[in-house]
Design a protein. Structure first.
Length: 117
């Protein structure tokens, strides 16, 4: 018995063929948003629940911060707490040298800590 693919299945196969994450993360889509990892997608789902329950005031996906001319840092989330504070969140499976450097520059420039999940 021969397996047959639909055109859509074959196109999806071709699109993903040979694209493996360097660190083993699997891109995951939720609500039309594509996240770099399952862990990040799960964190997003948790934030949605926290928002619905009134635990937080809101959140933003992938805010971009300018560190220097030509140097940007894109966090995974920023959470707006009910008490008026905010948290910059980076969901990490592996810390690259580039991330560690950008984190130091970010924390010095903005006087904020990045919370790693």
């Amino acid at each position: 018995m021969q397996e047959r693919w639909s055109i859509e299945q074959y196109q999806e196969y071709q699109k993903n063929k040979g694209k493996k994450s360097k660190y083993g993360a699997i891109k995951t889509s939720v609500d039309g948003q594509t996240f770099d990892s399952k862990k990040e997608a799960e964190y997003y789902c948790n934030l949605k629940l926290r928002l619905l329950s009134g635990d937080i005031k809101g959140f933003c996906l992938q805010p971009i911060f300018i560190l220097a001319p030509g140097l940007k840092y894109k966090a995974d989330f920023i959470i707006f707490n009910n008490d008026g504070t905010s948290e910059v969140i980076d969901v990490k499976g592996f810390k690259t040298k580039e991330y560690i450097t950008k984190k130091k520059v970010f924390e010095d420039k903005y006087n904020l800590k990045i919370k790693e999940e």
